[in-house]
Design a protein around this ligand. Structure first.
Ligand SMILES: O=C1O[C@H](COP(=O)(O)O)[C@@H](O)[C@H](O)[C@H]1O
Length: 252
């Protein structure tokens, strides 16, 4: 990984503007190079921070027809359930831009968490095999162009939580959890080897609830103890942080 780029911005609204510009630039770059742009979305506050992308000038300048959308983690609920990350993304972002429906990859409904994780992993492997997704020559995992990653106040990313073994997974691409400490309990999640195979990762963290975890990750005296899940984000490509002043309030 190259040195992370850290954008410390004043307000969440500045993060939304900077993030839109960063994503639009990457979209143009990857589409020019490969003819597509594979994007992985988190749930949570991230989706609202994407709001500038659906406004001028970006909404009309981005070639949405070339975007492919995946989900970093998902709650195992129907896609129209209020807890669904797909529903959150659809209502706040995807319904406002002309990404073809066939380019959006939600989880399959009516499966157990284990079955849904296996099915999603098999679908990703198929998309790598047919050339829709790239493969990392280093790790052999799918290599997404951009992952947009949020972080919970406890330092969790995706549905990889502090005291759960899934954070140490080395082989699976997608795994599952049935006892998430944050409801709802059943979820599927990308694993760290898959996350860290990405070309670009944007860590998007705003709000004062995140300040303690941000101090652990980016502070002068970063924790020597048991690492937070977010500290395992280390892509073979580039890592860019987008932070507001509330999230960085515990940093010197
Ligand atoms: O449960 C989840 O939490 C994280 C963090 O959410 P936030 O609301 O604190 O930003 C999110 O990134 C993840 O996708 C979601 O399932």
């Amino acid at each position: 990984m190259t040195q992370p780029i850290i954008h410390k911005l004043e307000a969440e609204s500045h993060v939304a503007v900077a993030l839109a510009s960063y994503i639009a630039d990457l979209s143009a770059k990857f589409i020019a190079a490969n003819g597509s742009f594979s994007v992985v979305l988190s749930g949570g506050t991230l989706v609202d921070t994407l709001r500038k992308l659906v406004e001028p000038p970006y909404v009309s300048s981005i070639d949405w027809s070339k975007w492919l959308i995946f989900f970093l983690d998902e709650r195992v609920v129907p896609l129209d359930h209020p807890d669904s990350n797909y529903k959150l993304a659809y209502d706040g972002f995807l319904s406002k831009v002309p990404i073809p429906e066939s380019n959006i990859y939600p989880i399959k409904e009516k499966l157990s968490a284990e079955e849904a994780a296996d099915e999603y992993e098999q679908r990703l492997k198929h998309l790598v095999a047919n050339g829709t997704l790239k493969k990392s020559p280093t790790t052999g995992f799918a290599k997404f162009d951009l992952m947009l990653v949020g972080m919970g106040p406890d330092g969790h990313v995706a549905s990889l939580f502090c005291w759960h073994f899934q954070r140490f997974e080395k082989t699976k691409w997608v795994t599952f959890i049935t006892d998430s400490p944050k409801p709802p309990p059943p979820r599927i999640t990308f694993t760290f080897p898959l996350i860290n195979s990405a070309s670009e990762i944007a860590m998007v963290v705003t709000g004062e609830d995140a300040a303690d975890a941000i101090k652990v990750v980016l502070g002068e005296h970063a924790s020597y103890g048991y690492p937070l899940p977010v500290q395992k984000v280390s892509p073979e490509g580039n890592l860019t942080w987008f932070l507001d002043s509330e999230a960085t309030s515990e940093l010197k």
